[in-house]
Ligand binder design. Structure first.
Ligand code: CP
Ligand code: NVA
Length: 305
């Protein structure tokens, strides 16, 4: 069976743990300058409909380090931009390449790619989810806190793609998650419902709040993301007003555990969702997070392709 990664929910807790193990192994190997050839003779297409720094560069580098050939495809330069269907694009690419990594403007495009192609499809960010980010985050948390189960993660921002994948990922592995979002910006009910089901199995707690202080109190991990995601430019002014009280700053951080770490998927807007003092301060692990995208995505490709 072809193994896709469209949602964190495509993975079992055991699969998440084994991906993290594999990612740590690749990380150590890289430190020792040991190269591998798991993707030798294989080409992976990267279709991007939105801008990217981390995801694009870490996937291209990771594929190269596994001995494969990354093929970056700007969606604007594909026949897709002239009306060729996603289904026909998937059928065509399946005859040439061995996997598709896609950053899309609609989550349905990923579903279409996976349905009509015959090769694995990996979600490199959709409006609904960002599973590669969550896996890198879990690896980062494990590195800094040793275990995952029983920790508390506080999300303070929009109930967006990064939040959704974290809700699913944390509840699958037993991390308690409290998400504080302004009224009207909470995560979609179907994601919350699935996360609650996961939590019932793993023993995690999940809360969706409108109070950043309550979310951050006693948290081991405090997580921030932009208030205005890609594709939401038109709503920017309204969002900046709605999210004013949802900034991670030194005062809010005081409510977290004394050794809490601060995370942000990046890119960041200092002075908006997080202060420079916090993101550039001693609690911040954002560069570890960014680095871990590389190792985790190598593990995903190793497992899926
Ligand atoms: N965090 C993340 O996905 O970054 P990019 O948008 O730069 O890929
Ligand atoms: N929520 C952000 C994440 C960027 C990596 C966005 O979708 O733009």
């Amino acid at each position: 069976m072809v193994k896709h990664l469209l949602s964190m929910q495509d993975l079992s807790p055991e699969e998440i743990h084994s991906l993290l193990e594999r990612a740590s192994y690749f990380k150590k190997q890289r430190l020792n300058r040991i190269l591998s050839d798991e993707l030798k003779g294989k080409t992976i297409a990267l279709i991007f409909q939105k801008p990217s720094t981390r995801t694009r560069v870490s996937f291209e580098t990771g594929i190269h380090e596994l001995g494969g050939n990354p093929l970056f495809l700007n969606a604007q330069e594909l026949q897709l931009s002239r009306g060729e269907t996603i289904a026909d694009t998937a059928r065509t690419l399946s005859r040439y390449v061995h996997g598709i990594v896609a950053r899309v403007t609609s989550h349905n495009y990923l579903i279409e790619l996976s349905k009509h192609g015959t090769i694995p499809v990996i979600n490199a960010l959709s409006p609904l989810e960002h599973p590669c980010q969550t896996l890198a985050d879990l690896l980062t948390i494990r590195e800094h806190k040793v275990k995952l189960k029983g920790l508390k993660l506080a999300w303070v921002s929009d109930g967006n793609n990064v939040c959704n994948s974290l809700l699913l990922g944390c509840t699958l592995v037993g991390i308690n998650i409290s998400a504080a979002c302004p009224k009207g910006y909470e995560p979609p009910p179907e994601v919350v419902k699935q996360a609650q089901k996961n939590a019932a199995k793993s023993g995690a707690k999940i809360e969706i709040l409108n109070d950043p202080k309550k979310a951050v109190t006693n948290a081991n991990v405090v997580y921030s993301d932009v208030w205005v995601s890609m594709g939401q430019k038109k709503e920017a002014q309204k969002r900046l007003r709605a999210f004013k009280e949802y900034q991670i700053n030194a005062k809010l951080l005081k409510l977290a555990k004394g050794d809490a770490i601060v995370m942000h998927c990046l890119p960041a807007h200092r002075g908006q969702e997080i202060t420079a003092e916090v993101i550039d301060g001693p609690r911040s692990v954002v560069w570890d997070q960014a680095e871990n995208r590389l190792h985790v995505q190598k593990a995903i490709l190793y497992t899926a392709i």
